[in-house]
Design a protein. Sequence first.
Length: 166
Amino acid sequence: MILNIKDVLESPDIRKDFEFDIFFKNSPFDDKNLLNKKILFKGYLENKHSLVSLYISTNFKHPFLCDRCLCDFEEEFSLSYNHIISKDNSYCSEDEKDVILCENNVIDLSDISISDLIMSSPFKVLCKKECKGLCFKCGIDLNYNCCSCNKKEIDPRLQILGQLLS
Ligand SMILES: [Zn+2]
Ligand SMILES: [Zn+2]
């Protein structure tokens, strides 16, 4: 969504609220998961003593496949972001990604929100922290079942030794 923010840039002590949604076919987090739904974003722009700040927040459920046991699960995300809007390159911040350059009095809220989401991608997705995963030998789900596979990989050289000894 392209938003004209001339009014906010030019008048101190003003607040402008907004709301918009973006349809995501693919997940913004990775290329494995389909999302197929709209995500709603809410936020506002505020001009305080000529410093313009942008606040965006979102809350949504995302379906995943567990990296360890491959089961389906949903995780809820509540994310919020803030940025400084600058009309030129004069504003310096320690963190450059926090500053958004505004040209021609417009900002692209969709673009900003999508890159914020990508920055929030979870590193690893597990159905639960202590997920035991699948047995790498028989494929059984170790969260619900036990198997008698020997989980230690035996060094093939030692295996030959074992055969000689038995
Ligand atoms: Zn799992
Ligand atoms: Zn097994």
